[in-house]
Design a protein around this ligand. Structure first.
Ligand SMILES: C[S@@+](CC[C@H](N)C(=O)[O-])C[C@H]1O[C@@H](n2cnc3c(N)ncnc32)[C@H](O)[C@@H]1O
Length: 259
């Protein structure tokens, strides 16, 4: 399975998100794993689905996790991850499967994570349920799934129709204009990215990608997880494990256990 989404974007992904605090996010993931998984981190087998360029995996490796796998639908994202894994000497295994085809990933895992609202790229309930069932099959007995998702209540109230993001490093700059259209009937968001890439003052690349997402409501996620054979063990706003979820929390984190 391949995708147009993220194919060009992959080249620029790490620059676009260079200030995203993956270290803090990995610590949050670790905190939740420690609470809901009995094993020591060095013994935990963990799979990151829709891992992108592997940023959470590298941080988890730095935290002492030793058995790490990642998978993503977009080969160009995986290529970046593999290259960085080679450069850093980390032994992380990468696979190129979509959520929908994740049952083909070898092995059993104590923990499956999927971060940065990646499940919102699943635009039908059928695909979301299939994904949860695939994850259920990939988990060892009592294993946990940890993910975050866009909450429909917040998205429909607070989304920005137009946003500009500008990121710079020593040699390059990227300017991304995103235009979002929400379809309230289909519960979908079409996010059009226009990206311009500069080296010095020279514009050397420009491309557009449309990302199709689906926003979910908590009760939908809860029911899909239940049908797939999970029970909920944790719900909170993303990065705030001790806070309650209110209707307008944009990113909800869930930990669900294979039952
Ligand atoms: C917002 S990025 C998040 C990447 C990574 N988890 C992170 O936090 O940096 C969303 C990722 O989902 C992947 N993706 C989109 N649809 C997918 C699908 N159906 N199956 C697996 N991965 C998918 C994209 O290729 C992309 O890498």
């Amino acid at each position: 399975m391949s995708t147009q989404q993220f194919d060009t974007y992959a080249k620029f992904y790490n620059l676009l998100y260079k200030d995203k605090d993956y270290t803090k996010e990995a610590e949050y993931v670790h905190q939740l794993i420690s609470k809901h998984c009995q094993k020591d981190r060095s013994a935990v087998s963990l799979l990151d689905l829709a891992c992108g360029t592997g940023k959470h995996l590298f941080e988890l490796s730095a935290l002492g996790y030793e058995n790490l796998h990642g998978s993503d639908i977009a080969k160009p994202m995986i290529d970046v991850a593999v290259e960085q894994s080679g450069q850093s000497g980390k032994d992380i295994k990468f696979h190129n499967y979509s959520f929908q085809e994740a049952h083909n990933i070898p092995g059993k895992y104590d923990v499956v994570i999927s971060m940065f609202s990646a499940v919102n790229y699943l635009t039908s309930f059928e695909d979301q349920l299939k994904t949860f069932k695939n994850i259920h099959g990939l988990l060892a007995e009592g294993g946990i799934l940890l993910f975050d998702f866009w909450n429909g209540n917040a998205v429909t109230r607070d989304y920005s129709p137009v946003k500009v993001l500008r990121k710079k490093d020593q040699s390059a700059e990227i300017v991304r204009v995103s235009t979002t259209e929400i379809d309230l009937i289909k519960q979908s968001a079409a996010v059009k990215f226009n990206c311009q890439y500069f080296e010095g003052s020279q514009r050397v690349d420009e491309f557009e990608e449309v990302h199709h997402l689906h926003y979910y409501y908590f009760s939908e996620m809860f029911n899909l997880l239940k049908i797939a054979g999970f029970s909920l063990v944790h719900v909170s706003p993303f990065l705030e494990p001790d806070q309650p979820v209110t209707p307008f929390v944009w990113n909800i984190s869930i930990v669900a256990q294979k039952s």
